[in-house]
Design a protein around this ligand. Structure first.
Ligand code: ZN
Length: 350
C-alpha cells in the first residue's frame, strides 16, 4: 500500500470555514477567487493565472509532462439577484442556480450595490405574520412571486429603496451559517467550497512533504459551475485527464454518505470516462482509501461542462458525501480527508 503524508485537518477545516464565510454567488465570485489565490500564492511551485472569465488557474510542473492532468472545483455558489423593487420597498428576487427557496426562508442576506456597499436583509414569504395571515402564512407557495427581501433599512416605498443605492441586478448572498461540531461541518454552500478546500489541503500537504506530482497538473478553480458553464474554458488543450472534484449526493437510494469520498460513475449528463474512473478506483485501493461508488440523479459537473465545450479528455468525478445538497448542507471531516488523500494519491501516481 502506498503511504500518503498526513493531512492537517485543522488547516483544512479553518480554510474551508473562512472560504464559506466569503460570499460568492455565481457572477460575484471575485472575493472568493482572490481568497483562494492568496492561499495558492504561498506555494511557490504553483504558477498562477486568471482566465478572462475570472476563474483561477494554478499550474504545477510534474516530473513528467507527456500526459498532463487537471483537477477542477468551483467557488461559485447558489444565490440570487434583485429582480424587482416592490412598491412597499421590499425586493423580489430571481434565483441563481438551483436555489431551493424553502431552504433559505427567513435567512439573513446581504445585497451588494453597484457602489460597493452592502445592505442587510432577510428573505420572507410575503404573508409572513402568523397573526395577520393565519393559515395563509403556511399555505403560500414558496416561489419567486411570493418571497421577498425585507431590508434592515428604513424604507416603505420603491423610491426610498432606490435611494439606498439598490438596483435591479444587485447580487444577493445568503448567510452560510457555518458550524463545526464533532467533526461535522454544517453550512450552506459546502458545494463546492468543501472540494476547493480538499484541493488546497492536498497541495499544501504534498508541498510540505517535499513531494511533487508525477505528471504536470493544472488546477482550475472555476466560477460559473452552478449555471452550467464553469469549466467550459480554462483547461489547457494538452490535458489528457480531468478530475472534477465536487460533492456527492446523499439521500434515499444513494450509496454516498457523509463519511466517505465517492466516485460518481454517471449523473444527468451520462457516464463518466470508464478507464479514468477505474484508474481512480485502483489508486484508492492501493492507498487504502475507502470510497463509495454512486450515480447522481439530478446533477451535472464542470467535467461535463468541459466535455460539452469540446474538451478532448478523459473526465472523472470524485468528492465528499454532502447531505441535503443545495439545502442546509452537511458533511464530515472523514469525507474531506479521504477526498484530499485521493487527490494526493492521484497526483503522485504513474
Ligand atoms: Zn457543485
Amino acid at each position: 500500500m502506498t503511504s500518503l503524508p498526513k493531512v492537517d485537518t485543522n488547516y483544512l477545516t479553518k480554510f474551508l470555514v473562512d472560504l464559506l464565510n466569503t460570499p460568492s454567488p455565481t457572477g460575484r465570485t471575485e472575493d472568493a477567487i482572490a481568497f483562494v489565490e492568496k492561499e495558492f500564492s504561498a506555494f511557490k511551485n504553483l504558477k498562477l493565472s486568471r482566465t478572462r472569465k475570472g476563474a483561477l488557474v494554478a499550474k504545477w510542473d510534474g516530473k513528467k509532462n507527456d500526459a498532463p492532468r487537471a483537477l477542477t472545483a468551483h467557488v461559485d455558489t447558489l444565490g440570487a439577484m434583485v429582480k424587482e423593487i416592490k412598491s412597499n420597498g421590499r425586493l423580489k428576487i430571481t434565483r441563481i442556480g438551483g436555489l431551493i427557496l424553502n431552504a433559505v426562508e427567513t435567512e439573513g442576506c446581504w445585497i451588494f450595490t453597484p457602489k460597493g456597499e452592502k445592505i442587510r436583509g432577510s428573505l420572507l414569504v410575503d404573508a409572513a405574520s402568523g397573526h395577520v395571515y393565519g393559515a395563509k402564512s403556511t399555505e403560500t407557495k414558496r416561489d419567486e412571486d411570493h418571497m421577498e427581501i425585507r431590508l434592515d433599512a428604513v424604507t416603505s416605498s420603491e423610491k426610498e429603496t432606490r435611494e439606498l443605492g439598490i438596483n435591479i441586478g444587485d447580487f444577493v448572498a445568503f448567510d452560510p451559517r457555518v458550524e463545526v461540531t464533532n467533526g461535522f461541518l454544517r453550512s450552506r454552500f459546502l458545494d463546492d467550497k468543501a472540494c476547493v478546500a480538499t484541493i488546497v489541503a492536498a497541495i499544501k500537504t504534498l508541498t510540505e512533504s517535499g513531494l511533487s506530482p508525477n505528471q504536470s497538473v493544472t488546477f482550475l478553480i472555476s466560477n460559473y459551475e452552478e449555471v452550467g458553464h464553469g469549466a467550459a474554458a480554462g483547461i489547457p488543450s494538452d490535458v489528457h485527464e480531468l478530475v472534477a472534484v465536487d460533492m456527492a449526493a446523499v439521500g434515499d437510494g444513494q450509496e454516498s454518505d457523509e463519511f466517505h469520498t465517492t466516485l460518481c460513475v454517471k449523473d444527468s449528463g451520462g457516464p463518466y470516462h470508464h478507464e479514468l474512473s477505474n484508474k481512480l478506483r485502483l489508486i484508492a485501493d492501493a492507498s487504502g482509501i475507502p470510497f463509495k461508488t454512486d450515480i447522481y440523479p439530478n446533477y451535472s459537473s464542470d467535467g461535463e461542462a468541459f466535455w460539452r465545450a469540446g474538451g478532448d479528455v478523459a473526465v472523472a468525478l470524485i468528492g465528499p458525501g454532502v447531505d441535503a445538497s443545495h439545502n442546509y448542507e452537511r458533511t464530515h471531516t472523514d469525507a474531506l480527508v479521504a477526498t484530499t488523500n485521493w487527490i494526493m494519491a492521484y497526483l503522485l501516481t504513474e
